[in-house]
Write a protein that binds this ligand. Structure first.
Ligand code: SF4
Length: 346
């Protein structure tokens, strides 16, 4: 594959979880009820970039990440990793490919076995994916990874247990474990959300240093656009299983187009609030993925929804004026109905 081939290409990815049993199924016996966790998501992650998946809880970000890692099977659509359709691989081929992609979860305590030393925890994936290393070489590699995440000297941490170190240090251990197989892609699922505010910036800085040092590509999942702004080159904003806006992050920040992106940006502190070009986050919860709203899924919460079109037609992602890489799915902001947008029509 050439350097121009995206490291990851997600094409029309769908994941519907059947809902079985309970009152809902008996009430709707004739129809199979499904939760539409991911519903037609497409994007590309270029090598060496940090791609952000941004949205509220329940938007489908983490399910999308698990589909990319093939931890769960898609209902439809495909994921190409380095140009190879992962759905066509045998279990052995998939296991080999897995060493090139690792995940860092939000809660390091839940990711580490409390009865396993830090050294053993980091060594475990090396035993599976780097079988040619001798025990001594594996130990040296673990110590090297501990020092890469600034737990120095590494041998002092090797025999400690997770409860003997701080939360920030535990997340560094999880990052070291992700690095040990020399991956190309790291999926970071809210990696600093549980860290103290004082260590968040340090962890993010560390992750960016490691990206350059180990030639990594990141899929960075966050609910927080301020964090995304700090680390991401590109971003897709997700709402209820769909991408509603996507593009280079600086363009999305400079010209947020979808009302949901604008609402998320409304929560990001800015030096001069008079220059905020956003809308407040509308009241109400994200609707259930069991029964997504008709038409545009954001219409029940959208402050500018037009009754004639928004509850009826599902908007497609279309280029934002003059910005070919920046797309948004909104009838009033990019589609045939721009004349209905109160902001555009003055
Ligand atoms: Fe709002 Fe309509 Fe645009 Fe959806 S399509 S975001 S409801 S204006």
């Amino acid at each position: 594959m050439t350097d121009a081939t995206p490291l990851v290409e997600v094409v029309d990815l769908v994941k519907h979880f059947p809902v079985r049993g309970g009152l809902l199924s008996s009430l709707l016996r004739r129809e199979q009820v499904v939760a539409r966790a991911v519903d037609g998501v497409s994007f590309q992650i270029r090598r060496g970039r940090v791609f952000g998946l941004v949205g509220e809880s329940g938007s489908g970000k983490s399910t999308t990440a698990r589909l990319i890692l093939r931890l769960i099977e898609p209902t439809a659509g495909k994921v190409l990793f380095d140009g190879v359709d992962m759905g066509t691989l045998s279990p052995n081929e998939l296991r080999r490919l897995r060493s090139r992609m690792q995940i860092v979860f939000q809660d390091p305590m839940a990711s580490l076995n409390p009865r396993m030393t830090i050294g053993d925890a980091i060594e475990h994936p090396a035993r599976i994916h780097l079988p040619d290393l001798t025990p001594r070489q594996r130990r040296e590699r673990v110590i090297e990874m501990l020092e890469a995440v600034q737990l120095t000297p590494g041998r002092q941490y090797y025999d400690k247990y997770p409860h003997q170190i701080s939360g920030g240090q535990r997340q560094r251990v999880v990052i070291a474990r992700a690095l040990v197989t020399n991956p190309d892609l790291i999926v970071a699922d809210e990696p600093v959300a549980m860290a103290d505010v004082s260590v968040r910036a340090l962890l993010l800085e560390l992750m960016m240093d490691l990206k350059d040092r180990f030639d990594l590509t990141y899929l960075f999942i966050t609910h927080d656009l301020a964090t995304a702004k700090y680390v991401c080159d590109d971003a897709a904003i997700m709402y209820l299983g769909q991408v509603v806006e996507r593009g280079p992050l600086r363009e999305v920040f400079r010209d947020p187009t979808h009302p949901y992106t604008r609402a998320l940006l409304g929560a990001v502190p800015v030096p001069d609030p008079r220059h905020r070009r956003t809308e407040p986050m509308p009241a109400g919860e994200i609707p259930s993925a069991l029964f997504p709203p008709s038409g545009c899924r954001f219409h029940p919460r959208c402050p500018i929804a037009a009754a004639e079109v928004c509850p009826v037609l599902d908007p497609e992602l279309r280029p934002v004026e003059g910005l070919p890489e920046h797309v948004a799915a909104c009838h009033l902001r990019t589609g045939d109905y721009q004349h209905l947008d109160p902001e555009r029509s003055g």
